[in-house]
Design a protein around this ligand. Structure first.
Ligand code: CP
Ligand code: NVA
Length: 304
């Protein structure tokens, strides 16, 4: 039996991503008219959360419910995962009972191990390395506001974290230019400071240089989940990387602003940017629901 997973954004081809975005937008438009097709009847998604979540949990659970299926929430605190049952055995057991598994965890290899041993689709709901579901929603949001992102310029400003890594994957797949501005020591794992294999993905230190001509400016929290011990050092070293109105003014006219949320107003982003007309963060959050419906539908179709 073959099965598709979403462990890395690169697991999807450019055509598949464009297809998912088109379907997500169609489902969104139908929902706005009160039409919620029952595309997940008799399907159950198990959601494993080793980290906190608002958007990811609510969007996946709502997607399953609206499609006529169900979702089961598991955390290490109240499941045998927290008492040492191996991930590999968990994957085999859940495959006997449910139709897909979504996992939010620390180590990326937890998702890889689940996928290697599951007979149902496994979805990465965020790891320390990446957040592919968020990128599907971000790309849907850009396409809806500005059309195809191929050939456009995106600036990443701040910490080279899991979201930044996923933008690097997306730039390679969808063909957009990506300028990453991070301080020394905050480089994304997927981009070497020495050289990028892709000349359209560049690393610099100056946020103003990165945003010049950018159609989209993106940032994320300076202290990701699991980095709480380093909070003070991170805030000090990233202080010059706040996205404020002055920085947005250096981007291309009409540039959009995105942030996966939750945002720390006054840290990585000034409130004036989050609340400005160019900010599409609420659409971006809402699109998690539609993009993941399209993703789940795609993955269920590819089990066989
Ligand atoms: N953006 C995002 O994944 O949000 P949550 O942590 O609330 O799920
Ligand atoms: N980089 C953040 C994203 C949260 C959705 C984190 O990992 O905490």
């Amino acid at each position: 039996m073959s099965v598709r997973h979403l462990v890395n954004f690169a697991d999807l081809s450019a055509d598949e991503i464009r297809g998912l975005i088109a379907r997500a937008t169609e489902l969104k438009q139908r929902r706005a008219k009160g039409d919620k097709p029952r595309i997940f009847e008799h399907k159950v998604l198990v959601m494993i959360f080793e980290k906190s979540s608002t958007r990811t949990r609510v969007s996946f659970e709502t997607a399953m419910l609206e499609g006529g299926g169900g979702a089961v929430f598991l955390s290490p605190r109240d499941s045998q995962l927290g008492r040492g049952e191996p991930v590999e055995d968990t994957a085999r057991v859940l495959s006997e009972m449910c139709d897909a598994i979504m996992v939010r965890t620390f180590a990326h290899d937890t998702v890889e191990r689940l996928a290697a041993h599951a007979r149902v689709p496994v979805i990465n709901g965020l790891t320390d390395r990446s957040h592919p579901c968020q990128l599907l929603a971000d790309m849907q949001t850009f396409f809806e506001h500005r059309g195809d992102i191929a050939g456009r310029k995106v600036a990443w400003v701040g910490d080279g974290n899991n979201m930044c890594n996923t933008y690097i994957e997306a730039a390679a797949t969808l063909g957009f230019e990506l300028a990453v501005a991070v301080p020394p020591g905050f480089e994304p794992a997927l981009l070497s400071p020495q050289a990028s294999a892709n000349p359209r993905i560049t690393l610099c230190r100056d946020p103003q240089e990165a945003v010049r001509g950018a159609d989209l400016v993106v940032t994320d929290v300076w202290v990701s989940m699991g980095q709480e011990q380093e909070a003070q050092r991170r805030r000090e070293q990233l202080a010059a990387y706040q996205v404020d109105a002055a920085l947005m003014a250096k981007a291309a006219p009409g540039a959009l602003f995105m942030h996966c949320l939750p945002a720390h107003r006054g840290e990585e982003v000034a409130s004036e940017v989050l609340d400005a007309p160019g900010s599409v963060v609420w659409d971006e959050a809402g699109n998690r629901l539609h993009a993941q419906k399209a993703l789940l539908e795609f993955l269920f179709k590819h089990v066989g």
